[in-house]
Design a binder for this molecule. Structure first.
Ligand SMILES: Cc1cc2nc3c(=O)[nH]c(=O)nc-3n(C[C@H](O)[C@H](O)[C@H](O)COP(=O)(O)OP(=O)(O)OC[C@H]3O[C@@H](n4cnc5c(N)ncnc54)[C@H](O)[C@@H]3O)c2cc1C
Length: 147
């Protein structure tokens, strides 16, 4: 993804390009120190190679490279297994969602990315709104929304 349309992503005349690859947590969870660093270096090399296919000669113009892994996501966000958008959507779970309430657990509502495979910001925010609506209903309060 080329962020050349966003002036906040790089100084003038430059751009940021993000390349994303999904990778199972199992491959990463026990990687440490040299093994981990070497894997990151390999990703850097492979990704630059792919970019070269698309934009020959680009390598000499690259000034900064940052490789983030599922471990990075865990370190920064605390998300389980580096699952940055919750459950991976598949043919089986695509149309399914989890209940916000759990049987026998009173006064508990779950909101956020884990309720919908594919997660992301919109469903996370939506389920937050649903939670408040359910609480309002229970407390017999009128739900007031901007939208
Ligand atoms: C690099 C990256 C890029 C992404 N890009 C996109 C994108 O382009 N579009 C998109 O839709 N989504 C994107 N996502 C996914 C999106 O950010 C998440 O799906 C969404 O933020 C999840 O919201 P959430 O409320 O479920 O969880 P979070 O936003 O993770 O909120 C959970 C909160 O709970 C807190 N917490 C954790 N444990 C405890 C505890 N024990 N006690 C109290 N608090 C606790 C955490 O500190 C955190 O504040 C991206 C994620 C990443 C990491």
């Amino acid at each position: 993804m080329n962020y050349s349309y966003d002036s906040t992503m790089a100084p003038e005349g430059k751009t940021s390009i993000v390349m994303r690859y999904d990778s199972p947590w199992k491959l990463w969870e026990n990687l440490e120190e040299d093994e981990y660093e070497n894997e990151k270096l390999q990703i850097e090399k492979d990704a630059t190679g792919f970019l070269e296919l698309e934009y020959p000669g680009i390598s000499k113009h690259i000034e900064v490279i940052d490789v983030a892994t599922p471990k990075t996501d865990v370190r920064y966000t605390g998300v389980k297994d580096g699952a940055y958008e919750g459950f991976m959507p598949s043919k089986e779970n695509m149309m399914k969602s989890l209940d916000m309430q759990l049987p026998k657990l009173k006064n508990f509502l779950m909101a956020g990315q884990w309720l919908f495979p594919g997660g992301g910001l919109p469903p996370s925010a939506q389920t937050g709104k649903w939670s408040i609506q359910l609480i309002c209903k229970k407390e017999k309060q009128k739900f007031i929304s901007d939208k």
